[in-house]
Write a protein that binds this ligand. Sequence first.
Ligand code: PMP
Ligand code: GLU
Length: 394
Amino acid sequence: MSSIQLSERVQRVKPSATIAVSTLAREMRAAGRDVLSLSAGEPDFDTPRHVRAAAAAAMEAGDTRYTTADGTPALKRAICNKFSRDNGLQFEPSQISVGAGAKQVLFNTSAALLNPGDEAIILAPYWVSYPDIVKLCDGTPVIVSAGIESGYKATPEQVESAITERTRMLFFNTPGNPTGVSYTRPELEALGEVLSARERIVVVSDDIYEHIYWGGAPWLTPAQLWTGMRDRIVTVNGVSKAYAMTGWRIGYAGANVDLVNSMRKLCSQTTANPSSISQAAAAAALEGDQSMLAAMRDAFKQRYEYAYEAVNALPGMRCAPAQGAFYVFADAREAIQDQGLGNDTELAEWILSEAEVALVPGAAFGASGHIRFSFACGMDDLREAMRRLKRLLS
Ligand code: PMP
Ligand code: GLU
């Protein structure tokens, strides 16, 4: 037994399940097992060449020192231009906060807003880290769940009835992880009506999958539509998914100046600043040639079409159509029952040991009985994984 007494704070959270499963898959591969990892949401593409070149040039030019805690002026300008170009949103550099990934920006936002006991509404199925970020910041996650029958989308009535006097935040993510589901304009407008009337609530829109979207209608972010509450919307994005830059760790938000100032204070006392080299690379990604966005989106869409059909054809699995991101989220309740297993965690463990395919159980996303397939891997791995699963489940 360890003699170290750990804080109540750290004991209240669990490790990220997506990271845990992908680490396990990596370790099994290193140990010689032929594991196919459909676990992490990480594009298999290389970071574009001109972005890597910008990083090398920044290093050579001596951009190797501390920067402003929440991002260089050059990167903040590039982010303002991006918001204007892609989303029609006008921000000043003073309204931009840069962090080591969208994950840190989401954490800083929550840390700057939540007091002990404050509630944050999270729409399930949700990205694994939202509830634990809220808990780390002393808040209470309030989960609003939607199943496959409602297309995994929360209704305005559900959101309305989850709101209490303690509600301070709502996390929104479209296209969403783990479902890939995207809210339509009328759905967004209806949600906006409920939230606009609630002046204490800050909406965090996590737009990280903005560019991995193939829905018919133009993609929209809440700040474009919910203009009456613009000052209470934190629009979060990053370069990880769109530009295949997960390891560079750059995410950002456009938000109210007071909130941004508070987040800078947190950066200054924690990370100081995200890597100066990564910031130069992110600025190059946002300002340079954008044609690779469509090329990567098309590749993901092609994989989606294959994966959606293949997963739906697996015995006991059923998934709803997705309009973006790089996941298929399957309702696996029948498969769990047919195989005599207890739950989705047991299903994922069984699939990993018998078929050597790494998937993330739905419970991690607040949706027990489900399982997540990431198709951010290459097409060959994807086809082979489906062959193995078909054999195992049939
Ligand atoms: N939000 C969602 C929905 C995600 O899937 C991810 C992926 N890890 C993130 C935020 C964080 O991205 P990053 O920290 O790499 O910018
Ligand atoms: N967002 C990705 C995923 O859900 C990467 C891992 C993580 O940070 O959660 O798999």
